[in-house]
Ligand binder design. Structure first.
Ligand code: TXA
Ligand code: MG
Length: 322
């Protein structure tokens, strides 16, 4: 692909206006959301969406999330049943994606939906994302703004490390604070199905719908972005480690860090899962960049956001495609 000059835009009125203009012109703009940075393109423009796949080197069968500024806008692009409506009202704007049947005249491009009859919709809460979506005036398809198979970016610098010269602009809104992607729930009949754990914990969703979420079956076809190789650092990973072995870096969690490792980053000294989630991708990226052969990861408790963190770590540890 050809190299472009990637503009660094400030998250002020002028920067947002320029980013909105670029999106309306079919260009690629990375921007912060409350979860991770997204690589945005006009979701109604199949060519603009194709440029996302090219820039990321992403497998072409992955459907993308269409981001919109308001619930009212989302209702124009998908058909919301009672569960979807309740979840939208409870958690939007916020780190929840709803997969619903695409509305007949909805205009989210086929390519953004990877040919599916469904559409993934999200109303992000980040003020920069909100301002940009308002400026764009159309749904913005945005996967995480990383090269395919790399870890998701939580700063503009991470975005540029992967995509400088491959995208038109990045809006720098500082570090994102949730740090793991949105929770994805499919509302395609009863009961709703948890496709990906993320920033909204399962129990909060189940409290709203008044029943347990179903588990995803055949996830490789229903949510191909969950393929095991999706979150893969260069280094090998060893999970639930109690200490680092010689030659390993240690991704620690909590106050009781075993001595002996030379290369240690702690997800949260206080043992706070929200802090750990916010640090997860940045710490993985830093340890990976140190050129270490393997990263040992201390146990993360499986409650609340811990489920999403463990899910990400398991994917990072899974055997890779060539
Ligand atoms: O927090 C997030 O969700 C971030 C920010 C940028 O919004 N985005 C993100 O996008 O994580 P991405 O492309 O890395 O992951 C989107 C996931 C993929 O697993 C994809 O397969 C799934 O959403 N998805 C999107 N539309 C879908 C659909 N119609 N049916 C099933 N899965 C869908
Ligand atoms: Mg991603």
């Amino acid at each position: 692909m050809t190299t472009v000059t990637t503009l660094r835009l400030d998250a002020d009125a002028a920067g947002i206006a320029e980013a909105g203009r670029l999106l309306r012109a079919g260009r690629l703009v990375a921007f912060p959301t409350e979860t991770v940075y997204g690589l945005g393109a006009d979701a109604t423009d199949g060519r603009a969406v194709a440029a996302i796949y090219a820039a990321k080197g992403r497998p072409s069968f992955n459907p993308l999330i269409a981001h919109v500024a308001t619930i009212e806008a989302a209702l124009r692009f998908g058909r919301f049943d009672a569960h979807a409506t309740a979840l939208a009202r409870a958690f939007w704007p916020g780190p929840l994606t709803l997969v619903v049947p695409a509305a007949p005249g909805g205009h989210v491009s086929d390519l953004a939906r990877a040919g599916l009859e469904t559409v993934g919709l999200r109303v992000p809460s980040h003020p920069v994302a909100q301002a940009l979506l308002a400026a764009a005036g159309r749904p913005v398809a945005a996967p995480s703004a990383n090269r395919s198979g790399h870890v998701s970016p939580t700063t503009a610098a991470h975005v540029l490390a992967d995509l400088d010269g491959r995208i038109d602009a990045v809006v720098d809104g500082g570090p994102t604070d949730v740090g793991v992607e949105s929770t994805i729930v499919a509302c395609l009949g009863s009961p709703p199905v948890l496709l990906r754990p993320g920033g909204v914990p399962r129990d909060a969703i189940e409290a709203v719908i008044g029943r347990p979420l179903a588990a995803a079956t055949g996830e490789a076809t229903i949510a191909p972005g969950m393929l095991a190789s999706h979150y893969a650092p260069e280094a090998a990973m060893r999970l639930d480690a109690t200490a680092a072995e010689p030659g390993e870096a240690l991704l620690a969690f909590g106050p009781d860090v075993p001595p002996g490792a030379a290369n240690v980053l702690n997800l949260s000294v206080a043992g706070d899962l929200a802090e750990a989630a916010a640090n997860l991708f940045g710490h993985l990226r830093l340890l990976d960049a140190s050129g270490v052969r393997r990263i040992a990861v201390m146990p993360i408790p499986p409650e609340g956001l811990g489920e999403a963190i463990r899910d990400r770590l398991a994917r990072a540890a899974a055997p890779r495609d060539a």
